[in-house]
Design a protein around this ligand. Sequence first.
Ligand SMILES: NC(=O)c1ccc[n+]([C@@H]2O[C@H](COP(=O)([O-])OP(=O)(O)OC[C@H]3O[C@@H](n4cnc5c(N)ncnc54)[C@H](O)[C@@H]3O)[C@@H](O)[C@H]2O)c1
Length: 339
Amino acid sequence: MKSALKVGIVGLGRLGQRHAVNLAWHVPGATLNAACSPVAAERDWAAANLPELALYSDYTRMLEDASIDAVWLVTPTSLHADQIIAALRAGKHVFCEKPLSLDLAQCDRVIEVSAQYRHLQVMIGFVRRFDPSYRDAFDKIQEGAIGRSFMVRSQTCDKNDPDGFFVRFAPTSGGLFLDCSVHDIDLARWLLGNPRVTRVFASGTIAIHEGLRDCGDIDNGVAICEFEGGRIAVFQASRTMAHGHDTQTEVIGTAGALSVGRNPRANRVEIFDATGVRNECTPTFFERFEHAFLKEAEAFVASLNGGPPTGLTLDDAREATRIGIAMRESLTRGEAVNF
Ligand SMILES: NC(=O)c1ccc[n+]([C@@H]2O[C@H](COP(=O)([O-])OP(=O)(O)OC[C@H]3O[C@@H](n4cnc5c(N)ncnc54)[C@H](O)[C@@H]3O)[C@@H](O)[C@H]2O)c1
């Protein structure tokens, strides 16, 4: 029997701890052998909450550990490109959270280096492709259930956080479009059959969080993205929803439409009271995509253990960044960006 894939996780913050728990206990074919964070409190968390493993404060030191087959990068986006390249040079497979980078030249550098290490795989975590509902919608489109799909409407809208966590996060996240809409961009390309983008127009506003103005960001935005062959996508992103995390997508075809997540309910309980009939709402992206994060890890580990490819390429990740950058440029310049 093939021995389990030995994984080292890097970054134990908001999302890294979730990935670590999945890899430690729930992903067949993998074991979590190491964790790395420069923050002592996060390493303490790992020692207390994960099975026995090697702990590193320095990523370079972790890469010297010859027993590790793959690294799992859940670090600030501004570090992704350099950390992926270092891992490849150290002979490790790489999972890296989205987006690949905020800079197109950095994306190209990763693609170039990755081509020199063809025996190693790199996957960027566009988690929605592994969500069972999005996967079902994709399969139905492939089977022709809605005819020829030509339009996607997709949104990523977070619950308002009065503490303004993302205001502090904004300078390294790339802003609303590159941090949030990058998911919708990847979905639209996937669901429409990877068409070539031709033109983008974006607009936005600050509804609540004035602190975003200093780094040129917004808390609510919309964008239109035109693709070749008359295909089109409309995106919306928000940091200020009152009701909760509301991610939903509609795909429109010549013979029907599919909708994923139209009611962002937390569960199937309906409450009947003096205010009317209602559902509670999913609070954050994690509750909505908890199962998809596990499926994503399972799919990548299976692929590294000789299973089918995940279908997600570095070119897909580069294209999502390219379109996200164009949306940000369009917002700043107040005019459409033509490709
Ligand atoms: N797929 C999704 O839906 C989704 C959701 C949230 C975040 N993300 C992505 O995950 C990544 C991390 O986001 P987060 O919210 O967990 O951020 P975070 O700030 O909570 O965590 C970042 C982690 O990286 C660690 N770190 C910082 N510098 C490091 C270094 N030089 N070497 C090793 N570790 C280092 C920090 O100690 C921390 O543990 C981002 O790229 C973000 O875009 C994806």
